[in-house]
Design a protein around this ligand. Sequence first.
Ligand code: SAM
Ligand code: SF4
Length: 328
Amino acid sequence: MTTPASLTDRYQRNIEYLRLSVTDRCDLRCAYCMPEGFKGYEEPDHWLNFDEIERLVAAFARLGVKRLRLTGGEPLLRKNLPELAGRLSALPGIEDLSLSTNATQLAKYAEQLKRNGVSRINVSLDSLRRDRIEQITGRDCLDRILAGIMAGKKAGFAPIKINMVALQGVNDDEIDTIVAFCLEHEFILRFIESMPIGSTGREAQFLDLQPVKQRLQERFGLVEGMLPGGGPARYLKSVDGKFSVGFITPISQHFCETCNRVRLAVDGTLYTCLGQEEKFEFRPLLRGGITDSELEDAIREAISLKPERHEFREEPCKIVRFMSSTGG
Ligand code: SAM
Ligand code: SF4
């Protein structure tokens, strides 16, 4: 009997999750992510095409990667994304295909994506107030986001996760409102601490989520819980198990020792950690006639570069690239 393949890094972490950025472009300008007036986009010639992406993901899957997330930038801006989803979800070894989106275009694509094998979606929603969404994202788009979320619900995505970057003095007064919204619609809610990624991330009004967690636990009578998938969020659940709220706390309580993921940017650069510079370029190899077995060796080499942990606290000025370019 052959043992299933697995990708293990130098710190004995099993890497089984790939986040795939299909574009570095976005229709929004979230204050903590992408600066207004940003011009440093990747050249279209440098974007991996669908054949290159499929070949690379297939190689990751042969080595044990099981879970794949389409992200960006805003992934729904990549032309023919549902076609790519269909190709990737059909790859042997890929058990779970999900999508992170700002949902502005989701109403248009939800059903097609569901049909083509995307099973779960995460949506960024930092406020339920129209003026505030405009202030945070730079665009008047709350109605489109909500329409997208509801189209996702109707299309049958389950679970739908709502991600809110909680910012001191910006949207922290809406925490309970978002909890009520997610309770009503049976969405899983996650609060995220802002990370010092790029100048935008560094300038964000960081909010420590530990006191928020404690307050919500007491106010709603929540208990510690787990969700399948082994992600970074620490969860609280209602006693009847119907509501879950997660806390992604890279700064106040980091989770690097259980990190199971790497990120592929649209130009074929694999980033092995959000908060470090270690990276590996796949585009020249894919375009230079590499064989499948050489590609697998290259993936193992890339994974061996994964650092032990980020240093957002110790070196907050280290990461100059923006989250939208890395693939969040
Ligand atoms: N456009 C999609 C979206 O907004 O969901 C996918 C890409 S976005 C870069 C992925 C996630 O990164 C979002 O949940 C966003 O809130 C988060 N993000 C972006 N910049 C961040 C930062 N500086 N700190 C923490 N989270 C950040
Ligand atoms: Fe765009 Fe997502 Fe970044 Fe907001 S967080 S600017 S939606 S990529």
